[in-house]
Design a binder for this molecule. Sequence first.
Ligand code: ADP
Ligand code: MG
Length: 258
Amino acid sequence: MSTPAADALKVEGLSIAFGGVKAIQDLSFEVRAGTVHAIIGPNGAGKTTLINLVTGIYRPTAGRIALFGRDVGGMPPEKLARLGLSRTFQNLQVCMNMSAVDNVMIGAHMSLGTGLLRGMFRPPALRRVDAECRARAHALMDFVGVGADAKAQASQLSYGALKRLEIARALATSPRLLLMDEPAAGLNHTETAQIEVLIRRIAENGTTVVLVEHDMKLVMGVSDRILALHYGRRLALGGTAEVRNDPEVIAAYLGAEA
Ligand SMILES: Nc1ncnc2c1ncn2[C@@H]1O[C@H](COP(=O)(O)OP(=O)(O)O)[C@@H](O)[C@H]1O
Ligand SMILES: [Mg+2]
């Protein structure tokens, strides 16, 4: 049942294994609508796998996933995108031989993870580029702070600008829930601070944000709640102070950073 008060995302008893590796194990948590929710954990904890499960790239071996109160288990990425789900990638998924603005325009055509090529090689759709769609792409690029690079070939953009370009592309579908996989990875302190401001503005515009990130300053600064994963299991779930001070989290993750 769908109600306005439903969680943006609700995961219950979710599991997936790759061969012998239990990447996600009996995981349950919820993301409240209108919040920024971080997912933290050491490398290999299952963060990206969780995003791939939620976005329909992987099929769980067990468990349920609900998006805004609607059961979406087994739905393909295209359908999930139409229901308001969008994502950015840990490893940049940018078409380097295209202009920056065309990359953002693809976002409107692209489905999560699998549809990029289909979107690219659909010349009629891309040729029928209407002014409205292009204007919106430019506006999104301004919003993320790379408006000046709009016409440049993507390969000419700095790494930091490409990370923002990914965010602009993910926003092109006007998502209700945006999953960001390490948006600040490889960025310096200044660039990371800018990403923090950007995430806050995205949330203020009404998009619920799920943020996978290692940069603890960013996580603590921007998140309402945090889920800590360890070996695919839920280690802690709560507010930033609660999770930051959780002894198990410190032992498993934060301690290793210090
Ligand atoms: N497609 C896959 N095939 C096999 N193993 C995978 C696959 N995706 C993830 N894994 C494994 O699942 C575990 C979690 O990986 P991942 O979700 O990428 O972790 P994180 O994003 O937290 O660093 C790792 O042991 C990884 O090797
Ligand atoms: Mg990852």
